[in-house]
Design a protein around this ligand. Sequence first.
Ligand code: ATP
Ligand code: MG
Length: 476
Amino acid sequence: MINNKILKAINNNIFETIKKHSDELNIECYVIGGYVRDLLLNKSAPKDIDVLVIGNGIEMAKKVSNELNPKEKVKVFKNFGTAMFKFNNIEVEFVGSRKESYNQSSRNPIVKLGTLEDDLNRRDFTINAIGVGLNSKNWGKLIDNFNGIEDLKNGLIKTPLDPLKTFSDDPLRMLRAIRFSCQLNFKIHTDSLNGIISEKDRIKIISGERIADELNKIIMTQKPSTGFKILESTGILKLILPELTALKGIDEIDGQKHKDNFYHTLEVLDNICPNTNNIWLRWAALLHDVGKAPTKRFAKNIGWTFHGHELKGSKMVYNIFKRLNMPLNNKMKYVQKIIFMSSRPIVLSNNNISDSAIRRLIYDAQQDVDDLLTLCEADITTKNLQRFRKYLNNFKMVRTKIVEVEKRDHIRNFQPPISGEEIMSYFNINPGKEIGVIKELIKESILDGEIKNDYESAKLIMIKKGKALGLIKNEK
Ligand code: ATP
Ligand code: MG
């Protein structure tokens, strides 16, 4: 089968050069995987190119790269029999055909050289096992041993061979199935879905960072809830993010119920997607309520409460990130901060908004204050349209106030108007706790609106407090 779209796509330097060398060496080459899949799906400009070489992939990569751009270095992964180079910003990866066998405790297979068929058999899904011939004799010819094209048309994710074996051999494929289903809006075939359910426990041999990779890809889709619902229903989520599944369910005591915080969380995550591509803000949305499970209480006269869930939740982030080998740096701190502060704008918007409350919000959130409001807006999941509009409008007022107050008082990037050195030199004193006391008072007075955020006003407060602390002894 020949397809015009494909012929057009491979009509370029990269593929022509591969053809030349594979003909010369009499070795078959195929472009395979995501590139072919995305082309057939009419996705705009597929990115990376995966080339299957029925023979030595590393040698082929070197020859092709050397001709395309002799200056470019080829990265070789000897253990995997793969090599890659970049050309015109596209990553071209060459992999030698393989036949794999696995042992129980690792997803790293014992790899042997294999035929085209062997290699197609070890692919994860039928839609990823479609190859296109790159030698003269089969230029542009589609190889589709498992009816992947049919599955592409029907929107189906399906393993080429027995799902139980495919998933047990490499359990990462279970996450890939769910990720592709979410990215492409495809259904997972019933047999494959049942395969995931029965092999789910095998996920334990997958490293945290591979799991995080797939979670990140799900989080960055347009509607991540689709992926998380499948993760949950197959039982995988409980194994990789038990903090989230702990939010599932609705309890009822004395006729009082609370909402299902798991499904609420998924709604919040979906809601935030059109408004941000910041992956860390999306993570904050996913985890913003995790503190609710351990803080849930019922009191007779009050009903359900989740006191302190923001602090608890922000503290839980560390263990989650560590387990998934995610960065424990300022990205994590950002997620923690957004979660910790997630109720602050809500409290604000329910009252008459005072300038000092706005100044404190800006002071505490600093450059993240807009992101914080973006989360709060996504957090409105009420189905009552009137209430929805009211809450949204309240946050709009908070945003307007922030702009007004910031323009006047410059609280973002707050720098104390008087430095510690100046306090020491004015009172002629050594470092000591008085300096902190004075600086704190100046800051508080500015945030409370008692003085302006400028040098002169701060100096007056400094002198007054210095006197009260007895720092000026011989005043006439
Ligand atoms: P994308 O790059 O959009 O995530 P892709 O399908 O190109 O999608 P890659 O991870 O780049 O995914 O892998 C390239 C190809 O290698 C896949 O299409 C698939 O055929 C095969 N593959 C990748 N990972 C696995 C796996 N764990 N098990 C089996 N085959 C795999
Ligand atoms: Mg790829």
